[in-house]
Design a protein. Sequence first.
Length: 298
Amino acid sequence: RLCSTNTISGNIGCCISSITLDHCQYLGDTVEEITREKCGIIKPNGCKSVVIGPTVPRHVVEQHIAEHEQLNDTKIITTNSHITKETSFDVINSDIARLMLEQQVATDSFFNTNKNFQDMLLRHKHDMDWLVGVLPPCRFQVVKENDICTSYIKKLPHAVIFDVGHNDEAVDAFFARVKKEFPDKKIVIGTCISASKDAETLLKKMCSAADRVYPLPIEHFRLIPPSEFQTLLQESCGESCGNKIGTVDLKLGLLEVVEHILDQEGTQDTVLCFCGSFFIQAPVRELFGIHDETDPAY
């Protein structure tokens, strides 16, 4: 009910990709309660199909549809993707997008009568990856050393990874994928976490899986203030993983801190990862020469 997609009045299909215990203060304390909130995007005004991911409880979606007579003909399709600790959310999301596209092509009059779209499908009928494989930034976005274009940072790591993972499942999946794709590299984390998250649990996971974890001096009203975050990192991991906590002066600017991290950890054998929150991504990405488009209204 709180989803921004509610600005679309005539949706013909809906996707619910995954459900985890996140944003509980707004959505509910159980997976079922959160799913019921998510079902608010399924509007009884023309929605013909709903594609759901493997963690979405189907019975809750069925109950929502049963409560609206106009949705009696709405189909529910569950992706065949299976979740493991190494499963990439990109794979699941692409599978869901593919299923939804196939449903719309099969059932919706726009797709059936639009010649340009039909011609495009015919040219690519054996492979839909071209359409569903476009990934958003900061979803395990890997930038290799040769692709980094910046005049700010002089020393460059083997690769930089940007990831917005900020809950238990996302952090577990993130580290499993890093270790799989970069098995011989040192994993160094730069992070700060939103005040609404279970920061202690996330930090323990990071310290356990990474070779080093550094707090970042990024101020944002949604983030834990840097000095408080540095203290929390020490309190959460100091006893069990004290040698993994990177020492840094948070009175320095972000550029100086990142340069300090690279000075301390080396470059060619290091994968430098920035994860834990959406709100740290933009300032860090700017340092590495990545300038994302923003809405001029903001």
